[in-house]
Design a protein around this ligand. Structure first.
Ligand SMILES: Nc1ncnc2c1ncn2[C@@H]1O[C@H](COP(=O)(O)OP(=O)(O)O)[C@@H](O)[C@H]1O
Ligand SMILES: [Mg+2]
Length: 309
């Protein structure tokens, strides 16, 4: 659906996007994650034909963004990170205004507005002034506006920024629903956890470069490979020395520490079963075995630390 090849964009001397290539399938829900200034917005604007890459190409549904911006804009809705100036209009008036701007004829506009209000769970806010809405409501109004011309692709720049947890969940549910009805969705965040739950794949961007991308589950596995697990076990008075000896001789064990009948250690093995097995084979009775899975956010921070610095 979207094919990006070697795009770069420099503002004066600042290289905002550096040689990014990417393919996005129809119907995908892709999260773009990276710290502020990473180049997410610039990349989105290049896809939305709002910024021209200096080099490289973007194709949307087979059309080259350099030569066919108009049909691409019809197919795609771009939601900016900020609301901008909040108008003195009701939600319906606001949507009607943008419906007209998109050339939706008057007789079809009302039903289209009804549809987008339903999709964004705003039906009962139709006559409310936009300015009176909470941040969460305003964000949903922005999504409704982005949907008004029924685009196949949604580019949502930081849709969860500044929202309280409840509003975050509401937006998440709306995005899931939109993806279910077939929209291809690209969304960005500087917080991985915002994207983790709803995206099938993520693209990690830093300093204008694509650092990692792929299926979210695969990526988690890959991130965990250069990670470690902390394990706590509890054994018996009788077995504690044996347990320590077995662990000490294991090359995959480090940070060994003992407190009475409890032992803690660290391993880089993705699966710690061989360690458990070695203990059991040496007749060490395990009363408790506890693994602390690494927090993906931590691993991500560690993985990208060099580049952030
Ligand atoms: N219109 C612009 N003029 C000059 N510099 C810009 C412009 N837009 C973005 N930048 C710079 O490009 C870099 C990438 O910005 P941006 O794409 O907004 O990243 P992100 O959305 O990940 O925060 C930042 O250093 C930003 O300051
Ligand atoms: Mg941005």
């Amino acid at each position: 659906m979207i094919r990006i090849r070697n795009v770069s964009k420099t503002y004066d001397t600042l290289r905002a996007v550096r040689n990014i290539s990417l393919d996005i399938e129809r119907g995908a829900m892709v999260g773009f994650v990276g710290p502020n200034g990473a180049g997410k917005t610039t990349l989105f604007k290049m896809i939305a034909t709002l910024v021209k890459p200096d080099t490289g190409t973007v194709h949307v549904d087979g059309k080259d963004a350099r030569f066919f911006p108009a049909p691409i804009r019809k197919k795609l809705g771009f939601m900016p990170a900020e609301f901008g100036k909040v108008p003195h209009m009701t939600v319906t008036e606001y949507l009607s205004y943008f419906g007209a701007a998109h050339g939706i004829p008057g007789d079809r506009r009302a039903s289209r507005i009804e549809d987008v209000l339903m999709l964004t769970d705003l039906t009962d806010r139709a006559d409310m002034p936009v300015a009176a809405g909470s941040t969460g409501i305003k964000q949903r109004v922005l999504i409704a506006k982005t949907l008004i011309h029924d685009p196949e692709i949604l580019l949502l720049d930081e849709p969860a920024a500044g929202l309280d947890p409840r509003a975050r969940v509401e937006i998440r549910e709306i995005l899931k629903e939109l993806n279910k009805i077939g929209k291809t969705i690209l969304l960005s965040s500087h917080i991985l956890a915002d994207l983790e739950e709803i995206c099938d794949s993520i693209v990690i961007i830093e300093h204008g470069q694509r650092i990692l991308s792929g299926d979210l589950d695969e990526l988690k596995d890959r991130l965990r490979e250069d990670s470690y697990k902390d394990i706590q076990i509890e054994t018996t008075e009788k077995a504690i020395d044996k347990a320590l000896a077995v662990l000490k001789s294991n090359r995959d064990v480090s940070h060994l520490d003992r407190q009475r009948r409890k032992i803690s250690f660290r391993t880089t093995l993705p699966n710690a079963n061989p360690i458990l097995l070695a203990l059991i084979q040496n007749e060490v009775e395990i009363k408790r075995w506890n693994e602390e899975e690494p927090d993906l956010e931590d691993v991500f921070m560690k993985r990208t630390k060099g580049v952030i610095g």
